[in-house]
Design a protein around this ligand. Sequence first.
Ligand SMILES: [Zn+2]
Length: 191
Amino acid sequence: MQQPDSVQLPKIEDFYDLSYESGEIHLRGVKGRAFILPTKAWATLRMLLSPKFKDEVIPFMSHMGYAVGISFVEQTTKLEGKPKKLLRILLSIARSSGWGNFSIEGDVEYGSELTVIARNCSFCHNESSTEEAVCHFLVGFVNGLVDYLFRKPHSATETRCGGMGGETCEIKIMELRPATGGKTPANDNRE
Ligand SMILES: [Zn+2]
C-alpha cells in the first residue's frame, strides 16, 4: 500500500515553463505569459496606497481584483464544463500561482451562497495585527470570478482575515437578487 507521504505532489514545472534567455514565464494549462510578484512587494504596495487613496483604496483594490477574476474566467472559457468544475480549476490555478491554499464551500452548482476559505493567503502574508481585513484584491477577485462564472451579480465580504491574526481568510459570497433593487456592488465594479 502506498504511504501518504510517497504521493507525488505537483511541481512548479508542471504549471510553468521558464525561458530564462528571453525572461519569460509561460503558463502550461491555459497558455499565455505570467510574471511573479513577491509578497513583500504586494505588502509595500498595499501599505503605500492606503494613505494615498484613503477610503478609496478598498474599492480601488477590489476593482483590480475583480478585473483579474474576470480575466481568469476568460482564460478557462476554452475548457468545457459547468461552473462547479471551472470553479475548481480556477481555484487550483490560484493555488499553483502561489496565492494560497484555496477551497470553496456552499452552493457550487448555482452560486447562490458560497464561502471561499483561503489558507496561507499571500495577500496578507506577514501581516497579523491589522484592525480590519486587508485582502480587498482577493475579495474583488472572487467576486469577479463568481459573477462571471454564474452570470449573476454577487456581493463578497471578507469575514475573516489572516491579517487580523490566524491563518485563514474567509470570504462570504451571496447572490444579489434583482428584488433588492438599487445599485449592486457587482454593477459598481463594472463601471
Ligand atoms: Zn485576508
